[in-house]
Write a protein that binds this ligand. Structure first.
Ligand SMILES: [Zn+2]
Length: 246
């Protein structure tokens, strides 16, 4: 059957049934497009002529549009249309949720500021742990110098205790509040990509993954700058995200 159709008030065609269908799929013509074929008395909107599609429609996870089931592929626990398939597969390859969550992710700089606030708080504890070190220095003999083994032991104590305090501070707040005080002030929150609460293991583990990010010449932090969901290395390792506006 040869069809004529109207584009911008101009008559176009003729096209065959199959071509008209593929044009409808591509959006070149839509339900309101006027069409005519031999045998019709007047032009009519395409939507009034099209038979309802056979079978139920599947809703594409990505674009949320309905498609006949045979035009979708099962993916990520749902159906995805042909047009969205490559986008969804790419996201899955990158370890992202198949469909964008629509959340606002916190970028590199605001997270740096949050971290500076937290560092300022935890550094107070760090100074306290250095006190024994200075006591050893103060009590040292003027001529012989400080008792080196004691001094080194107190220094090691200060380092280990500071690190443990920072890890505990971070993990305690992430578990209880979903954010450290620095992040809370700036309205940021740490979430698990696939939902759920933080246990101690994950909360502490994320702190040490964060340390690892820093050890790689801060490269692990910079990764957040160009990631679609602003994941730093420690977010990738722990499958977490930092979201803004909470
Ligand atoms: Zn789609």
């Amino acid at each position: 059957m040869s069809w004529y159709y109207a584009v911008n008030g101009q008559q176009a065609g003729p096209v065959e049934d199959a071509e008209l269908q593929s044009m409808a799929m591509a959006g070149t013509v839509n339900a309101s497009t006027l069409v005519w074929r031999a045998g019709m008395e007047t032009w009519a909107a395409l939507g009034t002529l099209m038979a309802p599609p056979a079978g139920p429609l599947e809703t594409c996870l990505q674009c949320k549009q309905g498609f006949p089931a045979e035009q979708t592929i099962p993916l990520a626990g749902g159906a995805v249309c042909a047009g969205c398939k490559s986008v969804v597969l790419q996201r899955m390859r990158e370890g992202l949720a198949p469909v964008a969550s629509g959340k606002k992710y916190a970028g590199f700089w605001i997270r740096v500021i949050a971290r500076l606030i937290d560092n300022t708080i935890t550094s107070v504890a760090g100074y306290v742990f250095q006190i024994p070190m200075f006591i050893v220095l103060a009590r040292s003999d003027k001529k012989a110098g400080p008792d080196l083994p004691w001094f080194l032991a107190m220094m090691a104590l200060a380092v280990v205790a500071s690190l443990a305090t920072a890890a505990y501070y971070e993990a305690w707040f992430i578990r209880k509040k979903g954010a450290t005080p620095g992040k809370m002030i700036l309205g940021l929150k740490v979430i698990r990509a696939r939902g759920g609460d933080f246990g101690w293991g994950l909360a502490v583990g994320r702190y040490f993954a964060f340390m690892l990010s820093g050890m790689l010449l801060y490269f692990g932090y910079f990764m957040a700058g160009w990631d679609e969901e602003k994941r730093a290395l420690h977010d990738r390792i722990c499958d977490t995200r930092v979201v803004a506006g909470s």
